[in-house]
Design a protein around this ligand. Structure first.
Ligand code: ACO
Length: 330
């Protein structure tokens, strides 16, 4: 098994806002129930940013924790990538606001917009930029405040999403046995309107009409997304393992984007992996889009489920539609 991208994850960090919303909160004013939400999605609660919090502030906390975990100083970072579909504002990139909050003096910074696949996109891009030697230490963060993009009156979306941030510090691998064995990114733009926010951009700028028609909120063709997410993720995992000549049981941990427990379970069943080898945080956090894999990876490293030398699979699918897979030797 060749290391195709010689980079390692040196540190991880995560953060969620303190405030939580339970399923009963939604059931108190919408035609829904805890039972429906748990059965269809696996979600029990989600975190919600409070006053004064935004994507950059929660990202900053996750980033500080990741850099400390890596045993580094923020000034060692020369590449900062923020993966988000919920920026602080359209201009400038939220990564610049984040960089300022972190007090990082010298670093290139930019945002990646690939929705739920964001962190995998960010890590693959960072891996390439580190491998060429252009940069030495990358800080890649997936952070979202999706609760502010959700229509509180739309039961088909508002129950799904939560806020959070997960960050990784990446550097060139000091060990030829450690690194990424497989990177794959893709997108199918013909399905852009499977998950979308109709207004707030240049096509339909904010106006009174937009607000009246609630076009500034996320819309989703949930059933359509579900069907292609299941099929695509099963194919992605097969392709990744075949390309590396790996059997599923050689994986120490599979960390998939957390959009629906039933989707995660369908991939787990295909892989015939025991539950403890498949990360699940959707019950606690809901769908945190670009943050979900970072939150799960950090938890798995901190509680010892992922250790140096382990083989892990990261896999995401989201709006765009976009997708991405990494197999890494930690
Ligand atoms: N409570 C009660 N009933 C509801 C709710 C709710 N919160 N939401 C929808 N329903 C109703 C629907 O109105 C529908 O009623 P009808 O049969 O009378 O028309 C019924 O439940 C079934 O609706 P479906 O949408 O078919 O339900 P489904 O089982 O597909 O579950 C869900 C919906 C959870 C959204 C699922 O489709 C899903 O998880 N989709 C994938 C989401 C995803 O992967 N997103 C990608 C990432 S997101 C990103 O990139 C930002």
């Amino acid at each position: 098994m060749d290391i195709v991208t010689p980079v390692i994850i040196r540190g991880t960090g995560s953060f969620v806002p303190e405030q939580t919303l339970t399923n009963d909160h939604f059931a108190s004013y919408l035609d829904t129930s805890d039972e429906w939400i748990v059965q269809r999605t696996g979600i029990r609660k989600r975190h919600k940013a409070g006053p004064g919090e935004s994507t950059s502030t929660i990202a900053a906390e996750a980033c500080r924790r990741a850099v400390t975990d890596a045993g580094m100083d923020l000034q060692d970072i020369d590449l900062l990538i923020l993966c988000t579909a919920t920026p602080d504002m359209p201009i400038p990139s939220t990564s610049c606001i984040l960089k300022h909050q972190l007090g990082i003096e010298e670093a290139a910074s930019f945002d990646i917009s690939a929705a739920c696949s964001g962190l995998v996109y960010g890590m693959v891009v960072a891996g390439q930029m580190l491998t060429t030697g252009l940069f030495k230490n990358a800080l890649v963060c997936g952070a979202e405040v999706l609760t502010r993009y959700c229509d509180p009156e739309d039961r088909s979306t508002c129950i799904l999403f939560g806020d959070g941030a997960g960050a990784v510090v990446m550097s060139k691998s000091p060990d030829p046995e450690r690194g990424f064995l497989y990177n794959n990114l893709g997108a199918d733009g013909s399905k852009w309107d499977f998950i979308w926010m109709p207004a707030g951009g240049t096509r339909e700028p904010i106006s009174q009409k937009v607000v009246d028609e609630r076009l500034h909120y996320i819309r989703m063709r949930g059933r359509d997304v579900y069907k292609i997410a299941v099929t695509k993720m099963q194919r992605m995992v097969d392709d990744a393992l075949a390309a590396c000549g790996l059997e599923p049981n050689e994986l120490s941990m599979a960390i998939m984007h957390q959009s629906n427990l039933r989707i995660i379970e369908s991939v787990r069943t295909r892989l015939k992996l025991p539950p403890e080898k498949v990360a699940v945080n959707i019950d606690e956090y809901g769908n945190t889009s670009a943050a979900s894999i970072g939150l799960a990876l950090d938890a798995a490293r901190k509680d010892g489920r992922v250790k140096e030398g382990d083989l892990i699979l990261l896999m995401a699918f989201g709006a765009g539609v976009t997708w991405g897979t990494i197999i890494a030797r930690m």
